[in-house]
Unconditional design. Sequence first.
Lengths: 224, 93
Amino acid sequence: MVVNHSITRQSSRPTPHHPNGPWEVGPRGLVDPAGRRYARGPRGPAASPFSALRIKPWPRGPTYPATFLPFLSPIAVTLFALAAFPSLASVPMASIAGSALSFARPVKAINVNSLSFSPTTKGNAFLRLQPVPMRFAVSCAAKKDTVDKVCGIVKKQLALAEDAEVSGASKFSELGADSLDTVEIVMGLEEEFGISVEESSAQTIATVEDAAELIDKLVSEKSS
Amino acid sequence: MAAAAAAPARSEVLSLFRSFLRTARQFSDYNICEYTRRRAADAFRENRALADAPAAAAAFAEGKKQLEVAKRQEVVYSLYAPKSKSIMEMKLQ
C-alpha cells in the first residue's frame, strides 16, 4: 500500500464531497482514501487498445504528411481497391489518374479515413476534389458578387428555376413578383447581408441592380 | 367602431407587412418565426384584391391588432428561449 506523505495540504480529513476522505493526486496517478493507486503508469491499466498493443495509431511528428505517400501511391490504391471491392473494376481509371495529382500535397485526414477504414461502403469515389469557383470581380455600379447573391435570393423567393434569366437589369415585376414579394425579397437581403434597409429606400427598389447598389452602399457605410 | 377609416395607402400596407416580417425575425424560436412569416404573407396575399374601402380598412385594422399580438408574444417567447438552435437554422455543413 503506497500512501504519499509528501502532500502538504490538509486533505486527509473527510469533507462533504468525499465522506471517506478525498482522493489525492500522487506522482503516479490518483490515490484513493484507502491508499490504493489508480494509475496509468507502467503496469497501470491500458487506456486504449492501441496503448495495450503498443501500436501508434497514427504516425506523428515532422514526417506526418510524407508517411502517407508510399501507402497511397496510385498503384497501391488501385490494387487495394480492386482487392477490396472487385465490382469496381469498371470504375474509369481516369478518376484515379486525376486524383493522383492530389498526392503531391498532404492529404486531409478525412479522405484517408474514407479510403482505408470504411471498406463497407461500396463504390467510393476515392477522393472528391471540390472545385473552387473562380469569381472575377468586375467593378461596375454594383459588385458582381452582390448581384449574384441578390439573384440567388430572388430566385429562391420567387421559386424560379436555377437556370432562369435573372440579371442586373431584370425588374422584379417582370419576374412575376408583386409588391409583397418585393418586401419579402428585401427582408431576405437584409438578413443575408446583415444590413437594415429604410422604409423609403425600400419602396424605391425596382430592379436587381437597384437592390445590389443599395446593399453595397449600406454595407460600406456599416463597415466604415 | 363608429366610422370606418379611409382605405390604407399602398405604402402603409407594405410597411405593416415589413413590420410583421421584422417582428418575426426577432423570435428566438424558429417555428414561431416561420409561422409568423407564413401567416402574414398568406393573410396579406388573401386580402390583396379587396376592392371596397371599408373592407380594406377593416383588414388593415385587424392586421395592426395582430401585429401588437405578435410583438407581445415576442417578448413572452424571449423569456423562454430554447437553449439550442433548431436544426433548420443550422447551415448545411
